[in-house]
Write a protein that binds this ligand. Structure first.
Ligand code: DGT
Ligand code: CA
Ligand code: CA
Ligand code: ZN
Length: 579
């Protein structure tokens, strides 16, 4: 299914990134123009491809030249400016932008002065100690870059693709595939369906009467950069970003078996096959069938296959071969948390934060739409560079919230909160008295990522000990595929969380998914509370609590430990308490 809006957003993002490289300045006028055009397109309701250049230009945030490029895209798919920029800055150069601490100006100099064209080149010139000789770089810069590269590799940023990139791409491919004639169902499987933090490749399965024409259409899609294999049943290609996609087409009556097989995990599949063998059955990507005679027992749905093997349906996030089959057998499978049924959100920004993009009314309306009993508006506190909010601005917001609360009535409580910054020593923004006037405080790390374990642990625990702080936001401050988490003594953090009655956030933003699975697993059996949040910077992002729910469910986090799954009164009492 063509999705012109998605195409336009991707075009503007790529133009923005390439322009940063081209102009050597992330704040360049043209960069900001693409960014605001992107937000304008995101917020446009209706078929944007039907607008003329003149009409596009009338949209707030879209200028004349951007309108022209959007028309080029909608008319023929080729945008000259993009082609020029791509030719000038090949993918290897674009990859360099993902290295934390390496800006576009430095990239340009590394390129012109040392011939660096890729991450591998960079690694080589670091090993040869050639960067320290460049004017304005020096030994410290060289060592910093080396460390960044190591950390990026540790965060899985090179070979594996972070879920924040993989999921939108997969959703789009699936939608395009589902619209192909003859396709009954299409779905992504593999580690992405299991909601893994990073994926090695995409595995897409479609049910169709005939494979060959489906593959023809798929391999002609614009995302296909290079075809690796083409067949009626299985094809593989690589996207421009270097992500491999495997596509399988099976007959409609086999789709359940195919989904199950390609979702994995491999370990889960092996156990399921053993289970089949014990019952004189065989399980493969086409069916569960009798070994003797080959009669098919089940193949059309996963539910039927699990049932035929004496098990309830096992949700994909649980299929990691971590004991889930035994639990299923005993009827003790961990419950998957329903992210759509949560009763509140305690980490939400509005346009008052420098990086927020929806105003208060919009965010509150969207929260109400989700049926929430409470929403905490938590802007960035004053010490955060660029995006922090002053006392005066907060006092102004307090009045706005009071008025809005009045007008929406009592069904949903709007909490006037704040996202405090945890300083290097655990110090917090504003002062005690001012913090106490707020309805809800969470505190998060936004800097000093390099402190050692003792210092990191100390600063977080000190923040927890503040009586106003009810929750620690994105505990590790990691960025999947970009920045590894800070070094923390998790045992000590969990002890302090219990002692101070401070909850830990499960941040549903796909670039973060923080706390990690390990932290939730380590908290098993303890009285540590968690809150699933969106950390939304736009009203549309409130749905990210559903990602938080999948992530938490993957770690078997029990609902009893999830504050915003509690009954309304209990949840409100928790938010109002001081710990
Ligand atoms: P990834 O791509 O590294 O993030 O992880 P997966 O789990 O997506 O692994 P992938 O792409 O190699 O294979 C997709 C699924 O296909 C996998 O989860 C289970 C199934 N599969 C692949 N190869 C085998 C195999 O040799 N034996 C079995 N039983 N299943 C396999
Ligand atoms: Ca895969
Ligand atoms: Ca694969
Ligand atoms: Zn935030």
């Amino acid at each position: 299914m063509p999705d012109p809006k998605r195409d336009a957003i991707e075009l503007l993002e790529e133009l923005r990134d390439l322009t940063i490289l081209d102009e050597g300045d992330p704040q360049a006028f043209r960069v900001r123009a693409y960014e605001s055009a992107k937000h304008a397109v995101e917020g446009f309701a209706g078929d944007i491809s039907k607008l003329s250049a003149a009409e596009l230009q009338k949209i707030d945030g879209i200028g004349k030249s951007t309108a022209g490029k959007l028309r080029e895209l909608f008319d023929g798919g080729r945008v000259q400016k993009l082609e020029d920029l791509r030719a000038k800055h090949p993918q290897g150069i674009v990859d360099l932008m993902r290295i934390p601490g390496l800006g576009p100006k430095a990239i340009r100099r590394l390129r012109t002065e040392l011939g660096v064209q890729s991450i591998d080149d960079l690694r080589r010139v670091i090993a040869e100690h050639r960067i320290r000789e460049l004017k304005g770089f020096g030994k410290t810069s060289e060592e910093k870059l080396e460390k960044s590269l190591e950390r990026m590799a540790a965060a899985g940023g090179e070979k594996r693709t972070p879920i924040a990139v993989a999921l939108p791409l997969a959703e789009r491919l699936v939608a395009e595939l589902a619209a192909v004639k003859g396709v009954h169902v299409a779905a992504y499987c593999g580690s992405l369906r299991r909601f893994s933090e990073t994926v090695g490749d995409l595995d897409i399965v479609a049910a169709a009467d005939e494979g060959a024409p489906v593959m023809e259409t798929v391999l002609a899609l614009p995302v296909v950069d290079r075809i690796l294999a083409q067949g009626a049943g299985k094809s593989s290609f690589v996207t421009r970003r270097g992500l491999q996609v495997d596509v399988r087409v099976v007959a409609p009556h086999q789709i359940g078996a195919a989904l199950m097989y390609f979702t994995g995990s491999k370990g889960h599949n092996i156990k399921m096959r053993q289970r089949a063998l014990e019952r004189k059955l065989t399980l493969n990507e086409y069916a569960l069938s009798e070994i003797d005679g080959g009669k098919v027992v089940a193949s059309e749905t996963e539910e039927e296959i699990y049932a035929a093997l004496g098990l309830p349906f096992i949700h994909p996030v649980l299929r990691e071969d971590m004991g889930e089959i035994d639990l299923a057998e005993r009827g003790e499978l961990p419950r998957v948390i329903d992210g759509a049924a949560l009763r509140g959100d305690f980490h939400v920004h509005t346009s008052v934060s420098g990086d927020g993009r929806s105003d208060l009314e919009e965010v509150v309306a969207a929260a109400k739409e989700r049926g929430y009993a409470a929403v905490a508006i938590t802007e960035h506190a004053e010490k955060l560079s660029m995006n922090g909010v002053s006392r005066d601005a907060l006092l102004e917001q307090r009045a706005q919230i009071a008025a809005l609360q009045e007008s929406i009535g009592p069904s949903m409580k709007i909490l006037h909160g704040i996202e405090l910054n945890i300083g290097a020593e655990g110090e917090l923004d504003y002062d005690d008295a001012f913090r106490r006037e707020l309805d809800f405080c969470l505190a998060s790390i936004h800097d000093h990522f390099d402190l050692d374990r003792a210092a990191q642990t100390r600063r977080v625990i000190r923040a927890m000990e503040d009586p106003c702080v009810r929750m620690i936001g994105h505990l590790s401050a990691r960025m999947l595929g970009g920045r590894p988490g800070v070094d923390l003594d998790i045992g000590a953090i969990l002890d302090a969380a219990e002692r101070t009655d401070t909850a830990l956030e499960v941040n549903g933003g796909l670039p973060r998914l923080d706390v990690s699975l390990d932290v939730m697993r380590a908290a098993r059996g303890r009285k540590v509370n968690f809150v699933l949040t969106s950390d939304a910077h736009h009203s549309r992002e409130l749905r990210r609590v559903e990602f938080a729910a999948l992530h938490a469910s993957k770690a078997w986090l029990p609902e009893a430990r999830v504050v915003n799954a509690w009954p309304r009164e209990q949840m409100l009492a928790w938010a109002a308490a001081r710990g």
